[in-house]
Write a protein that binds this ligand. Structure first.
Ligand code: FMN
Length: 222
């Protein structure tokens, strides 16, 4: 697949077919993604790939936390956004809920959607990206971001869809309980991965982007 075509066609997938993703395929994707750039080639990413019973246990654990009303305590929390950034976040939710037929005031359906998200959108596999607590956080979060995007783009080559998700690692105790990720590592983000169910309404979402003029400044061109 052409690189520009891949970038243009990548989108977050929130509905998957139950078919498992072969370990060899996931391994090939990660073998490509390990070529991602990183600050001073430090390659700070550590990757845990989960499927089967481990994934099921984490899904169940996340739901238990949610239903018990436990406050999220992510290792790398996403802090609330304001202004235009909050507006874009709200726009996304409006579009997603419209496609999913979830009314703003329908608390039960909203809770159900939150649960589906916390179950990695029922993907058959997921990738957890973590870093050692000793490394520089700003630079290594950038590096993990580059790695995450490379994984998502490479996955397209195998007919796979992905969704980068912070919501599945908001209860790191659950993730640690069922994986070998120790306390000395910061769990940064997760990626749900599987074969897209193109009939799933949320997968029809086309997110918007601002035009170049709104965020690019050209210097020294004329
Ligand atoms: C750091 C990060 C965290 C995200 N967390 C979630 C999440 O928890 N749940 C979700 O549905 N999407 C999540 N996303 C996906 C974004 O909502 C999505 O990338 C954005 O709306 C743009 O849409 P697109 O990926 O379809 O182009 C996350 C993306 C990033 C980069």
């Amino acid at each position: 697949m052409d690189i520009v075509e891949a970038i243009r066609s990548r989108k977050s997938i929130r509905g998957f077919k139950p078919a498992p993703v072969p370990k060899e395929v996931l391994s090939e994707i990660l073998d490509v993604a390990r070529l991602s750039p990183s600050a001073m080639n430090t390659q700070p990413w550590e990757i845990t790939v989960i499927a089967g019973e481990v994934l099921d246990n984490i899904k169940k654990g996340n739901i238990e936390m949610l239903t018990a009303g436990v406050e999220p305590h992510a290792d790398v929390p996403l802090l609330p956004y304001g202004g235009i950034y909050r507006q874009r976040q709200v726009d996304l939710a409006i579009h997603l809920f419209k496609l999913m037929g979830i009314a703003r005031e329908d608390k039960a359906k909203r809770a159900e959607w939150l649960q589906k998200g916390s179950r990695f959108f029922d993907a058959p596999a997921a990738i957890i990206l973590s870093i050692d607590r000793s490394v520089d956080k700003l630079a290594s979060h950038f590096d993990v971001g580059a790695m995450a995007q490379t994984i998502c783009l490479t996955a397209l080559n195998y007919g796979l869809g992905t969704c980068v998700q912070d919501q599945c690692v908001r209860f790191p105790k659950v993730v640690r309980k069922f994986t070998s990720i120790p306390e000395s590592k910061l769990i940064v983000i997760s990626i749900a991965i599987g074969y897209p169910d193109w009939d799933f309404p949320a997968n029809k979402l086309e997110t918007r982007r601002e035009p170049l003029e709104s965020f690019v400044t050209w210097c020294g061109f004329d």
